[in-house]
Design a protein around this ligand. Structure first.
Ligand code: HAM
Length: 425
């Protein structure tokens, strides 16, 4: 029988790589804390209608990328979450039907599932770091959320990112714009590709972000959505831009930015990295005030948020050499046995040291001292602790620093102190 392989579009993450995830997650946790955001965890599956209503039935995600199934023959269809925003809003409305306190600040690092064609930076199971600010979506709130995202990138040392922003206006603005756009595109119909023609009736705005150069050439001359937005929405957008400029956050207004999820209105944004090739979007987000009502909420919950693809973040950081300083840690102490009859003693010593907060490894396979030393070096242990009959009898052990070869003769109780001192050097 052929050996089993990981499912197409999914990946295993081994310890060599997990250190990168832990490092990035540490930065995310500390930056989000600076802005007062706390973590939320929601189930990996939701009722399918949540995404149909929330993300929009004409979007690619709902149309063809969801992993959906029936839990039992008469049950309601369930879907593995393709994104977090709809689930977070659902959870929030369930807990706070009246809307709760003015601002809830939530972040997540979560696994998601989309049935896309796998390629570099595009998986079927992937992870997003994201944040949702629920209860307020003023220009200041939008700027705050964008600032937090950019501070995470900054703290990780990422360079060469581009922040693109646009305003999608409100429902009326978009309805007027849709008509204008169709009227503009009508004479080019025979030059549009298949996906664009499909979008022409259902969701013509998505034609604007086509990756096909022939379509891009056509839409370059299209009327601008921003010009259709009435004065109040326009003024709000200008305030967002003003706040970004105040915080020295460089941005570019991109008239073709529309995003692939239907819940957005007013400000939308995306961050792209030149390190990512075809899948160049590192993250994106925007305001989504209409989502709460769309999900059956009694009250409208103004909201703004973003999400960043962790795998893409790792690819971009790797290309910029930002993991070079991350060295894997070995155990502090490797217990080396003079002969295997002392195995019981060694286990007792390991146990005692571990309870004193020292990380310890020992040979569990009864190998020679030479093989044990090789293993200590392979694991990058800081110190070797030699255990023989004499040491056990006297209670005095030899501890060798494996980097400097300095040796100490000491009791077990003195070991944590010596390790502590050496970690400061
Ligand atoms: P999104 O643009 O669909 O937005 O996804 C955000 C990011 O997730 C993308 O920029 C990309 O880095 C990553 N991503 C998406 N699909 C894949 C994939 N198949 N493989 C690897 N990475 C992927 C959202 O999901 C919105 N919920 C963001 C949001 C939060 N808006 C408001 N709040």
């Amino acid at each position: 029988m052929a050996q089993f392989q990981v499912v197409k579009g999914a990946k295993d993450i081994f310890p060599e790589e997990i250190v990168r995830w832990h490092y990035i997650e540490g930065v995310i946790r500390s930056v989000t804390a600076l802005y007062g955001f706390s973590e939320i965890r929601t189930p990996v599956f939701e009722y399918t209608e949540l995404f149909q209503r929330g993300i929009g039935s004409t979007t690619d995600i709902v149309g063809k990328e969801m992993f959906s199934f029936l839990p039992d023959p008469n049950g309601r269809s369930i879907t593995l979450r393709p994104e977090m925003t709809a689930g977070v809003m659902r959870a929030f409305l369930q807990k706070y039907p009246g809307g709760g306190v003015p601002a809830h600040k939530l972040y997540y690092v979560a696994d998601l599932f989309r049935k896309e064609r796998p390629q570099a930076g595009r998986q079927r199971q992937f992870t997003q770091f994201g944040a949702e600010l629920l209860g307020v979506s003023s220009p200041a709130a939008v700027a705050e959320v964008i600032s937090m995202m950019m501070q995470v990138f900054d703290s990780l040392g990422l360079q060469g990112l581009k922040l693109r922003v646009n305003s999608l206006g409100d429902l009326d603005d978009r309805a007027r714009y849709r008509d204008m756009l169709r009227a503009y595109l009508e004479p080019f119909r025979d030059k549009l590709d298949e996906p664009s023609l499909e979008r022409f009736d259902k969701n013509p705005l998505r034609i604007l972000d086509s990756k096909n150069p022939a379509v891009q050439e056509i839409v370059a001359g299209a009327p601008k959505l921003l010009d259709c937005i009435r004065s109040e929405g326009r003024a709000e957008f200008d305030r967002v831009l003003g706040y970004l400029a105040d915080r020295n956050i460089a941005y570019e207004v991109d008239h073709l930015l529309v995003r692939g999820l239907d819940y957005y209105g007013h400000t939308a944004f995306e961050v792209v990295s030149s390190e990512l090739g075809a899948q160049d979007a590192l993250g994106g987000g925007g305001r989504y005030d209409a989502l709460s009502k769309e999900l059956g909420g009694n009250v409208e919950i103004p909201a703004v948020g973003f999400a960043v693809g962790m795998e893409r973040l790792i690819i971009a950081m790797e290309k910029q050499g930002l993991f070079a300083a991350l060295t894997p840690h070995g155990p502090q102490v490797f217990v080396v046995l003079q002969d295997s009859s002392l195995e019981d003693q060694a286990l007792r010593i390991s146990d005692r040291l571990r309870h004193a907060g020292v990380s310890v490894e020992s040979d569990l396979a009864g190998r020679s001292m030479k093989a044990q030393m090789r293993e200590a070096n392979r694991l990058m242990a800081g110190f070797a602790l030699f255990v023989g009959q004499d040491e056990v009898a006297s209670g005095n052990y030899t501890l060798r620093n494996l980097k400097t070869s300095e040796q100490f003769s000491l009791s077990l109780d003195a070991i944590p102190g010596v390790l502590h001192e050496s970690s400061k050097q």
